[in-house]
Design a protein around this ligand. Structure first.
Ligand code: NAP
Ligand code: GDD
Length: 398
């Protein structure tokens, strides 16, 4: 029989990869989406099919993790075999600005869902998106036995949710698990998380759309993995007979600075760091012109024609090549956090032993995947704009 999964947070990075993964496995995927004044389904548009089509296997419902009535209805009506709870206010820096909201969505949201399952009386398996941010300043390597010492409202909300999962598992016999996932990234990563912020800015610098990138703490160390690898681990956890919690990580750790250096290197730019603290700057030390590549339109200094006035937001104006000594990175203290998690490095040996899970993509390849994808996307956008410009010009000549 076809299995049914309900995914909260289906429009997010992980939700979109998980939906793809489950559809591929023959599941029917049901997703909770928020009503918004603009479309928020970019990441799943490619797998969406017309719901009028009887064969459609991806079904979406409006709802919010703060609305328990709707959650109970959905669970009762869908009767999912598996629930993947990924919806959250997931940005750590933002959680300092909105601690109460983060507690409501990221913490209490899990309780609402667990209780909706209990009240609806259905038998289902439940996955909670727990986080390495819960470890806070517990020293690395962190595993399932490491104490939680959260250092953000987000981390504290996730710790609360973690314990609610354990309570419902032990109190009501639910097959509910915590996947304690370390940072995982991809080209679909939200644009304000540091990896995507770096690779997106690099592509824009390379194509002459942006001059500089402003960052916060360059010394923080993270265990960065690849999101598609990590969603497979979520699924594996729910296929076990015994509900248990698992750490999912690559075991490798790197600083934000290392990420920046490797990303820029991959695009042919060698950086030199000068100054310290808030005054530190990343400066072009050399450019490998072969690797950096000079796209044919890059030096054209395209003028913005009047026909563009109705065109989008980013007009990709050309710009001359980078020079040695150009300042590409500066520090903006606004991106520092009131408290920082300095060092995350996961020990996923339990997942390896019991789930037979191992990451396929490690740090170096992850950086390359993200840089290449962002450059490719921007080049495609530029080509489209060139075509539109030509069309607009030929029309105005008629
Ligand atoms: P993400 O890209 O920020 O996606 C978050 C999802 O939650 C989006 O679909 C968002 O909807 C939805 N959402 C937010 N508030 C909601 C609400 N009130 N009601 C319903 N939906 C809501 O996050 P992600 O990187 O995919 O992460 C997925 C989950 O794993 C999150 O719980 C995150 O905290 C956790 N986690 C992530 C990582 C990581 O490194 N990525 C590591 C450990 C744990 P919109 O699209 O409408 O905003
Ligand atoms: N976002 C951001 N922006 N972070 C910066 C910047 C910047 O300009 N400059 C330096 N950083 C540092 C942050 O201070 C942090 O130490 C590190 O880069 C990673 O920041 P994020 O990419 O925002 O991720 P995170 O580690 O705080 O949180 C992510 O991983 C958690 C798992 O550990 C999120 O995905 C959470 O939802 C997830 O639970």
């Amino acid at each position: 029989m076809t299995k049914r999964a309900l995914i909260t947070g289906i429009t997010g990075q992980d939700g979109s990869y998980l939906a793809e993964f489950l559809l591929e496995k023959g599941y029917e995927a049901h997703g909770l989406i928020r009503r918004s004044s603009t479309f928020n389904t970019d990441r799943i548009d490619h797998i969406y099919t017309d719901p009028h089509d009887a064969k459609s296997k991806l079904l979406l419902y409006y709802g919010d993790i703060t609305d328990s009535g709707q959650l109970t209805n959905l669970i009762y009506n869908i009767q999912p075999d598996e629930i993947y709870h990924l919806a959250a206010q997931s940005h750590v820096r933002v959680s300092f600005d909105m601690p109460e909201f983060t507690g409501d969505v990221t913490g209490l949201g899990t309780t609402r869902l667990l209780d909706a399952i209990r009240r609806s009386g259905i038998k289902t398996r439940f996955y909670q998106a727990s986080s390495s941010e819960m470890f806070g300043d517990s020293p690395p390597p962190q595993n399932e036995e490491t104490p939680f010492k959260p250092r953000s409202p987000y981390g504290a909300a996730k710790v609360y949710a973690y314990w609610m999962v354990k309570n419902y598992r032990e109190g009501y016999g639910m097959l509910a698990v915590n996947g304690i996932l370390f940072n995982h990234e991809s080209p679909r990563r939200g644009e304000t998380f540091v990896t995507k912020k770096i690779t997106r800015a690099l592509a824009r610098i390379k194509l002459g759309v942006q001059d500089k990138l402003y960052l916060g703490n360059l010394e923080a160390k993270r265990d960065w993995g690849y999101a598609p690898d990590f969603v497979e681990a979520m699924w594996l956890m729910l296929q076990q007979d015994e509900p248990e919690d698992y750490v999912i990580a690559t075991g490798e750790t790197h600083s934000v600075r290392e990420f920046v250096n490797l990303a820029f290197n991959h695009a042919g730019i060698e950086l030199e760091w000068r100054g310290s603290g808030a005054y530190e700057k990343g400066i072009v030390a050399s450019v490998d012109s072969k690797q950096y590549g000079v796209s044919s339109v890059q030096n054209k200094n395209l003028e913005k024609p009047s026909a563009y006035s109705s065109l989008p937001t980013v007009y990709l104006s050309g710009k001359s090549q980078l020079k040695v000594g150009d300042v590409l990175i500066e520090i903006d203290p606004r991106y520092f956090r009131p408290l920082e998690v300095e060092f995350l490095q996961g020990d996923a040996s339990k997942a390896k032993k019991k789930l037979n899970w191992e990451p396929k993509v490690k740090f170096r390849d992850l950086v390359k995947i993200m840089v290449d994808e962002d450059i490719k996307d921007l080049e495609e956008m530029r080509r489209c704009q060139d075509v539109i410009r030509k069309l607009a010009n030929s029309k105005s000549m008629q």
